[in-house]
Write a protein that binds this ligand. Sequence first.
Ligand SMILES: [Zn+2]
Length: 430
Amino acid sequence: MRLLASALLCLATAPAFAQTVLVQAGHLLDRPGQPMRGPSTLVIRDDKVVAVHEGFVGAERYPGARVIDQRQRYVLPGLIDSHVHLTSDRGGAEGQLAWVTQNAAAWAYEAEMNAGKTVNAGFTTVRNLGDGKEGVTLALRDAVARGWVRGPRILDAGEAISTTSGHMDGRLGYADWVQQGVETHNLCDSAESCRHAVRVQVGRGVDVIKIATTGGVNSVVGAGLKRQMFEDEARALIDTAHLYGKKVAVHAHGEDGVNLALALGADSIEHGTMLDEESVKLFKKSGAYYVPTLSTINGYKERLAANPNAFAPAVLAKIKWRLDVTGKSLELAMKHGVKIAFGTDAGVSKHGRNADEFELMVEHGMTPTQAIEAATTNAAALLGISQLAGSLETGKSADLIAVDGDPTRDVRVLKSVRFVMAAGKVAKDM
Ligand SMILES: [Zn+2]
């Protein structure tokens, strides 16, 4: 009996059998920024890279291993998008209607579909910066982590925070009686209420805090894109988030809102459409990242081509302005060596088309290698997950993609990712 008990105990405590997987790569960009390697083999067990060998290593060295042949391809770390909104990519009037007609369960299915498109596009990690749809993306984050659904690793901000009538006020553009049914606990108008708003999100289990110090292009209000928050409110938001060990992603277009946030310790500036020389100085001093989100202009152009009346007049005026200026801030930032992390704002642009951003980044002053670094090592550092993602090294998560050409010569090859592995599981193979 005692023998049987100890045998059972043995079985119960023995690690589950993990098959070794060997990914043979024709070319391997294991650490973006470093030179591309020639033929290499990644050894993967469970969800981790356990070794990287030069040359092609097969089952003769790892008996019973499964071999994945990518010998004709370029293999690199899974890509990271630092700025997405997974619940939807239906903007303008269509999005406004969905917001008051669609229930949480429908948002959840839509978010799951978009997560699938995202991982198919080679993005194995995303930072979801605010959706406010009853916690569906927080639940999706956990569902992906448990292996219930296919998708990228998600770091989620829960509901984004702004002032009343600011960018995150979900009531803007609706009739007064509809507004009465909209939650407002993500809005704050004093240092005290801003501290409270952050604590509400911390309590919901968010990974990061997203705030807006300026107006937003898509807000249905004619209040401009400059600063809309007092210093004590911004300070309270950023300090409270940091008190709980949460990084702060700051939506800001006007340089006044950008510079206020950087001076107060923001971890990243999202959009930053009107960066100036002072912004550059503050970026360099604080070490914050700039997340340009150039893809938004693709989203606007496509939606307007399909329907010139897709946006309310107050929004259309801001879109027209943004179409003209987007990219100029990235050029300035690159000239001065500001740290850049890749982020698309997918949701405004289409999910699954995240890699279109690479082309725009290169158009506005980045080399292909710098753009790839922005979507791997830099984004991993901004998200605080460098120990896990951003490069393919022993001990890191087995997040990798394969493409048919050399992405350090032509970033457009990243738009047709052929193979994706996310946390050791094959997510796409074609
Ligand atoms: Zn956004």
